[in-house]
Design a binder for this molecule. Structure first.
Ligand SMILES: Nc1nc2c(ncn2[C@@H]2O[C@H](COP(=O)(O)OP(=O)(O)OP(=O)(O)O)[C@@H](O)[C@H]2O)c(=O)[nH]1
Ligand SMILES: [Mg+2]
Length: 444
């Protein structure tokens, strides 16, 4: 067991209850020394003791949960201390534990120890990090897929199939005179291609996932006076952007996070098409142009009492928002919809909030759907390892098809197997562990 470490598992600051976690060598003894005698050093695993911590002559009520190795998060002896979340009590207990020789934990150190002990693989550890950071339901669901082992299972199956190809080729090396017949050669090439297809699916899912993690961007696009800024304000429930009857009121990009109940998007209001263009305006228009090309969705906004909407400015998916539904509807949209296939058409009256629920629902459906195809996505260091395996597989396929022989292909296939090894088995490469867990928070 490694030296004992300690950290708050709950957020810093005052709270009803704070949780402090100690893990490692003599963890139970260290905590018992700080208790008022209620926590016994031979307390059994999975036991809860209600007692007190004794600090500088004060006692604070506490609940000690003991997990004995190997049946704990880290695989070591662990004690979790729940005590009143008053900052002085928590600080005094941490100080006392440090003075007794328990080291403050580094970021992610508990999860790192779990990985080293083989309690978690790297894919599941990434899932824990994603879960801590999840800001909405979509992110939480994807993180749970990772921690639940959906990704580990898929990578494990991929690695098993890879080892199969490797074993067949290695067997052929034992027969030095053995000529590889063309049918067999095609088969090996096809099997490697199939492995690469599996990796491509895993990585595509990850890209969709990252888009949502970063909050997908929706840019409002339309003529001046279409009601874009009024729409943004209506969605936010306060005056974020200036509005006005004079065309060209908005002169710059304005971005704001909009919570959709289960998903979050960033909505950008932009200068209207056909506005005045001074030098400053032109700079803003160019920025808006770049954003439109990058954004995940373009919401074309059209005044319902006006003429046909402008075409979407980019190839990203688009949606049509028809504003001013309190005015007589004149805008023709059938031809526009046939030409540009919006993913939805929503009528709104932003000043009163009319239609905004339908708009939020349409956006949420789109944002969640962006990951629904493949929620078991690979992220972070898992993604890097999977891509490294893919590069090695590409080299294996190329050298095999070029007729360079099984020896060379075997070298590349071994590289691919090694790249995936740490993901589903225990990992003991210190450098890799440093990179992975540096991004975790202290206490996890
Ligand atoms: N009747 C009615 N007027 C609206 C509605 N939405 C916006 N307006 C008015 O339309 C005018 C233009 O609204 P803005 O939100 O400033 O339009 P915009 O698209 O941001 O315009 P630019 O910034 O010039 O590109 C303002 O006078 C708004 O009060 C609506 O639903 N009904
Ligand atoms: Mg505006």
């Amino acid at each position: 067991m490694s030296e004992a470490i300690v950290a708050r598992a709950t957020a810093a600051g005052g709270a009803t209850v704070a949780l402090i976690r100690v893990s490692g060598d003599r963890a139970i003894e260290h905590v018992a020394e700080r208790s008022d005698g209620t926590l016994a050093v031979d307390a059994p695993g999975q036991s809860v003791t209600v007692g007190c911590v004794a600090l500088d002559g004060c006692t604070w009520p506490a609940r000690f949960t003991v997990f004995r190795a190997p049946r704990s998060y880290t695989g070591e002896d662990v004690v979790e201390i729940a005590l009143p979340g008053a900052t002085p009590a928590v600080g005094a207990l941490l100080d006392a534990l440090h003075a007794g020789g328990v080291r403050p934990a580094a970021p992610g150190e508990f999860t790192r120890r779990a990985c080293v002990a083989g309690r978690l693989d790297l894919a599941r550890a990434e899932g824990i990090q994603a879960l801590v950071r999840a800001r909405d339901d979509a992110a939480r669901r994807a993180a749970v897929e990772l921690t639940g082992g959906a990704v580990s299972g898929r990578i494990g199956a991929l690695r098993a199939a890879l080892i199969d190809v490797l074993a067949d080729l290695e067997a052929s090396l034992d027969f030095l005179e053995h000529e590889v017949d063309p049918a067999e050669a095609d088969d090996v090439g096809a099997r490697i291609d199939a492995l690469r297809d599996t990796i491509a699916r895993l990585v595509r899912g990850a890209e969709a996932r990252q888009r949502v993690d970063a909050a997908p961007r929706i840019v409002l696009h339309g003529r001046t006076n279409a009601g874009k800024s009024t729409l943004l304000n209506g969605l936010l429930g306060h005056e974020r952007a200036a509005t006005g009857a004079t065309p060209g009121t908005t002169r710059d990009l304005i971005g704001a996070r909009v919570a959709l109940g289960g998903a979050t998007v960033v909505v950008f209001d932009a200068p209207g098409v056909g506005g005045a263009a001074s030098v400053g305006d032109r700079a803003a228009l160019e920025t808006a142009e770049r954003l439109r090309a990058d954004a995940e969705l373009c919401a074309v906004v059209v005044d319902g009492s006006d003429r046909e909407p402008p075409p979407p400015p980019c190839a990203t998916p688009c949606m049509l928002v028809v504003t001013k539904r309190d005015l007589a509807r004149r805008v023709p949209i059938d031809g526009w919809c046939d030409a540009h296939r919006p993913i939805a058409v929503v009528d709104v009256h932003a000043p009163s909030g009319g239609g905004l629920t339908a708009l939020r629902d349409a956006w949420r459906g789109w944002a969640v759907g962006a990951v629904a195809e493949d929620p078991a996505a690979v992220v972070g260091s898992v993604r890097a390892a999977v891509l490294a395996a893919d590069r090695a597989l590409a080299a294996a396929a190329e050298t095999w098809r070029a007729g360079l022989g099984a020896e060379i292909a075997v070298v590349h296939l071994r590289e691919a197997t090694d790249a995936l090894a740490g993901l589903t088995d225990g990992i003991d490469d210190e450098a890799v562990l440093d990179v992975v867990f540096a991004r975790f928070c202290i206490g996890k």
